[in-house]
Write a protein that binds this ligand. Structure first.
Ligand code: NOJ
Length: 770
């Protein structure tokens, strides 16, 4: 039994898990899976050339038996919507292709019944090579976890790993072998709707999270029935789409590419990620899908990546409208030569590659290499030994009904929430506040709390904020509700009722935000203010003089200047998933002390974008507020963000003192220890994310004012102190110079420890000796 050492937390809404309990839950969830139940009497592969341990020999033996068409079949992936849906002409063709070994993988087929049925068709082919089933399992499968950007706000790598593991466990019990996650694109422009799917704007935090997610999905190695293949996407620089418009071109300096955008991909390779997906964008004029520089030189060359690369949906064919390939056949040739192994829904490898090989335009060795990479993963997953290994009805039923997945979802959800503001300790709500009025278009919503990319979730099983609060308040408070307005639109028709309800309340809890489908793929926005009349509704409520707590939902940093300035408290809830309402009640009532920190800067104005915290001093910095004449500034807006990267409050307070650096000067290759003491100076236990930032004061390439180089999340009881230690060495000091060499240059560095990128509490200098 996989959860043998974990005791379920009581279902009482008051239950809170300590950090130690989270680790226990993680430990229990990550315990090695019990051996799979009796192996199915599955049709075995015809290939039994070598013992299971010797994957390489088995791959080689299989390739030797394959025709060119069968090899190209392995490089071909189609969406299964047509196969599992009502009868249609495409279905017959596709089934015939599957039966004749012309398809290697399917996406969007899920559930044991469907995956078994389609796998059975694949096993009718001459060599009985099992299909790979891939799916976008982005933040949970049936149990929905917070959107990835929200999870990133936890800065809690164990929690993030736990979330990916639960998703893998459910998906793997439901016929899925492979998720197209994690998205490790650094996203610095919140107009881009896909920031929702990533880990925010920072390369260091993003790299740590990439690793945690890969390990969560895959476990230590593939082959268990609770692990699925992960996919680091989108390679590369997709997050830098010009003007935040999805699928747009990317123009990036080599330094930015190497320093900011590539490290999370390298971290994924180091964590053993099984697959990569390339991207829709161009990089400096060349479509990423057709880029040998990215896929052959960097990924498969320099990084020696042994897995395979799948295209994004249609991205090979899209090289034609980009104006990079005259025909789909030419695009196929360019993609394969550039290192794109699998064709996702382009239908160009299957239809053109054989001829390209026969015409001498594509070397068959490239086809062999790509097919070998894909077959290797099928062997590693154990599909040749049991093609139905992941398709077991009993296991699917059991695993999907496991209540501990909801416990994990609630735990991760409350860790993801960020307390942006809390004037006069408005939060947590107290037992004395007996008349609570819950207002806003998102207060009773279930669907929105799931966010985008929920391909299997039962969104009726989501706990709304209202329901969560109602359960927590029980009989001790009277909860009233008024919608006030819709998320979008211009009607004020509901204002009067909301204001009336507010007048009789002790506190107003206002739930505002974006709808779930305003962020995600193809959801770029030019205006990221709270949509519709929501800020106006806030002002009407504020005018009653009652304390207003704003709970903001969104898949990206939003702009809500009036709420930011006038609300008594603000909690940023992202889209928190299945247990969102319970997690919100935990945080709002203080059963859980919030500790989330922003993984992305929140701007004041769209005109400031992009506004990562890694700003430069410039030659004309603003040194005094308001003194902007001939300075690097705007005449109509501040340079500073509304909320800085790393910002997030707690119901307690922390003091930082006693900074110590083990040595003020460092010789080449040496490391120093930087320490400081953090004390919980408040009345409640709480977690703090202690952040280390570094600035190279003078360098051959101008460096940002600060860059995150380390963090530690600690839990302190009231009055408790802890010494936090960071190692400072080449990894913390180096950068890519003009020759693209990764090197630390002698000179002075500023070392800063703080509670946020704009809340540095202790700092000192270090000199790197020549
Ligand atoms: C397109 C998206 O860009 C990618 O992230 C996703 O995995 C595929 N579609 C498959 O759904």
């Amino acid at each position: 039994m996989i959860f043998r050492s974990w005791k379920l937390a009581p279902t009482s809404v008051k239950s809170t898990l300590s950090a130690a309990q989270t680790l226990l839950l993680l430990g229990a969830l990550l315990a090695p899976a019990a051996p799979a139940a009796a192996q199915r009497k599955a049709a075995k592969s015809a290939v039994k050339a070598a013992p299971a341990a010797n994957v390489e020999q088995r791959v080689a033996a299989l390739l030797a038996q394959m025709t060119l068409e069968e090899k190209i079949g392995q490089l071909t992936q189609y969406s299964g919507r047509e196969v599992t849906g009502p009868v249609n002409p495409r279905q017959t063709d596709l089934l015939n292709q599957i039966r004749s070994g012309q398809v290697g993988s399917m996406l969007n087929v899920k559930g044991v019944a469907d995956t078994r049925a389609i796998q059975a068709e694949a096993l009718k082919a001459r060599l009985k090579i099992p299909l790979l089933f891939g799916l976008d399992v982005i933040h949970g499968y049936q149990t929905v976890f917070p959107v990835p950007l929200g999870e990133a706000a936890s800065w809690d790598l164990d929690a993030i790993r736990l979330s990916a593991h639960v998703a893998a466990r459910e998906a793997a019990a439901s016929g899925v072998h492979w998720t197209f996650a994690p998205m490790v694109d650094v996203g610095r422009d919140p107009r881009w709707g896909r920031v929702m799917e990533g880990a925010g704007e920072d390369t260091y935090l993003g790299s740590q999270i990439a690793r945690a997610r890969v390990l969560g999905f895959q476990g230590e190695r593939l082959g268990g029935t609770d692990a699925i293949m992960a996919c680091a996407k989108h390679f590369a620089a997709y997050g830098a789409a010009i003007a935040g418009r999805d699928y747009n071109a990317v123009d990036l300096s080599p330094q930015q590419l190497w320093e900011v955008y590539l490290p999370p991909f390298k971290a994924s390779v180091d964590a053993g990620v099984a697959t990569f997906m390339n991207s829709f964008n161009t990089l400096n004029g060349q479509p990423a899908t057709g880029s040998s520089y990215l896929q052959r030189d960097i990924l498969k060359g320099q990084w020696k990546y042994p897995g395979f690369v799948v295209s994004d949906w249609g991205s090979i064919r899209e090289m034609v409208p980009w104006g990079y390939a005259p025909t789909p056949a030419d695009a196929a040739q360019k993609a394969l030569v550039a290192g794109n192994d699998m064709d996702m829904e382009n239908d160009v490898y299957r239809t053109t590659l054989a001829q390209l090989v026969k015409d001498g335009k594509v070397d068959v060795a490239l086809v062999d290499d790509a097919a070998g990479r894909i077959l290797r993963k099928k062997f590693e997953l154990g599909l040749f030994d049991d093609p139905y290994k992941f398709s077991d009805l009993k296991r699917e039923k059991q695993v999907l009904a496991d209540p501990q997945h909801r416990t994990a979802a609630r735990e991760v959800a409350r860790k993801s929430m960020v307390l942006l503001k809390n004037e006069r300790n408005t939060l947590p709500l107290s037992a004395q506040q007996r008349r609570i009025v819950v207002i806003g278009p998102l207060a009773k919503s279930k669907r929105d709390l799931a966010g985008s990319w929920t391909v299997y979730a039962d969104t009726t099983q989501i706990v709304s904020m209202y329901d969560g609060l109602q359960q927590r308040a029980g009989k001790s408070a009277e909860l009233r509700y008024a919608k006030g307005c819709d998320i979008t639109g211009s009607s004020r028709a509901g204002f009067a009722q909301a204001v009336e309800a507010a007048k009789n309340a002790d506190v107003v809890v206002l739930a505002v935000g974006e709808s779930w489908d305003m962020s995600g793929e193809a959801k770029s926005r030019v205006d990221i203010h709270l949509p519709g009349m929501q800020e106006e509704l806030f002002q009407a409520l504020k005018a009653t003089g009652k304390p207003v707590v704003a709970v903001v939902f969104g898949g990206r940093p939003l702009i809500f200047n009036q709420i930011a300035e006038q609300a008594d408290a603000i909690l940023y809830a992202w889209f928190p998933g299945s247990e969102g309402g319970h997690a919100l009640a935990d945080v709002l009532y203080g059963d859980y002390n919030p500790a989330g920190k922003l993984p992305s800067t929140f701007p004041r104005s769209v005109g400031q974008l992009p506004l990562p915290y890694t700003q430069y001093n410039t030659g004309r910095p603003v040194t005094k507020p308001g003194d902007i004449r001939y300075k690097s500034a705007y005449i109509d807006e501040l340079n500073t963000p509304r909320y800085a990267f790393g910002h997030g409050l707690s119901y307690t307070t922390f003091r930082y003192d006693n900074l110590q650096l083990s040595q003020p000067k460092l010789g080449t290759g040496q490391t120093a220890q930087l320490q400081c003491t953090v004390t919980n100076t408040g009345q409640r236990a709480g977690e703090e994310v202690v952040q280390l930032y570094v600035r190279d004061l003078v360098a051959s390439v101008v460096r940002p004012l600060r860059e995150l180089k380390g963090f530690q999340k600690i839990n302190l009881k009231p009055g408790e102190s802890r010494t936090v230690t960071f190692t400072i060495g080449p990894d913390q000091l180096a950068f890519y110079n003009a020759q693209l060499q990764w090197a630390a240059e002698p000179g002075e560095f500023e070392l800063m420890i703080g509670s946020a990128s704009d809340d540095i509490r202790q700092q000192t200098k270090l000199e790197l000796l020549p």
